[in-house]
Structures are given as C-alpha cells and as structure tokens.
Design a protein. Structure first.
Length: 146
C-alpha cells in the first residue's frame, strides 16, 4: 500500500472481526490486530471492528478488542446489550467521525424502545459495578448511534 506508483487507491476502511465465532472460534492475535490498526492509520483508512457476535461481554470484556488495546474508529455491535434477550444494534463512532444527524442511518433492530431502555439501564449498571473496570479505558470517546 505504500507504493504510490501502483495507481491503486488506498482503502477507505479496514474492517476486522477480532474473534470469528462461526465454524469454530478463531481469535486474532493481539499483535496482528494492532498492526492492522496501525496500517489503517498509515493509509488514512477508518479502522472498523465488527463486534456483532462477540461484543456485549461475550469475551469477558464489554468489547472484544480491549485486550489488544485497540481504539477503532467505528465499532458495530448487536445482540442483547441488556442481557435480557432484547435485540438492539449499536454503532459506536469516534466523535470526530460522527457526522450523521439523527435518523440518517438504519439498523436491523431500530425503534425498539424496550430494548433501548433496558440496554441503557444494563450499561449504566455495568459502568457503576466496575465489572469490566480492570479492562476498561481503551474504548472511550465514542458517540453511540442506535
């Protein structure tokens, strides 16, 4: 990607799953994940983590990439952040990239008020309980879009 004479544009974004959970469990090495994040930064691409399968505590951390100390530009999450089986999709976007106005994007599980309220309560309880405190610190500074 560093060869400017190739006439190939740099990618706009690099999307990774830190843990692939279909057809077995494939966990990306932390060093590899950090190198992909660095590559994205070097070429001016957004670094996006797909945390739909493994986010919301499925790896023992609220987001699956905390162990690698990543700070993705965008994180896609879904399933049940409330823990009560109420589906909700979330897109965590670093504030400098959050240019959407309310309602400009769509999601599979939008407009489910019960899921929004229960997820908000659960996330607030998790934040207050410090259950993920030992691993927290790398995923802050995001705007949340549901």
């Amino acid at each position: 990607m560093a060869d400017e004479s190739s006439d190939v544009d740099h990618p706009a974004a690099i999307l990774v799953e830190t843990v692939q959970g279909e057809g077995g469990i494939n966990v990306a090495r932390e060093q590899w994940l950090r190198s992909i994040q660095a590559l994205a930064k070097d070429v001016g691409a957004l670094f996006i983590v797909d945390d739909i399968q493994m986010g919301c505590g499925h790896t023992g951390q609220f987001v699956s990439f905390e162990c690698a100390q990543l700070s993705p530009d965008i994180v896609a999450m879904s399933k049940s952040p409330s823990g009560y089986g109420l589906p909700l999709s979330m897109l965590l976007i670093k504030e400098e990239f959050d240019v959407w106005r309310p309602g400009e994007h769509t999601g599979t599980f939008r407009s489910n008020n019960l899921a929004l309220v229960s997820a908000n309560a659960a996330i607030n309880l998790l934040a207050q309980s410090n259950i993920f405190a030992a691993k927290r610190g790398h995923g802050q500074g995001y705007a949340v879009s549901t």
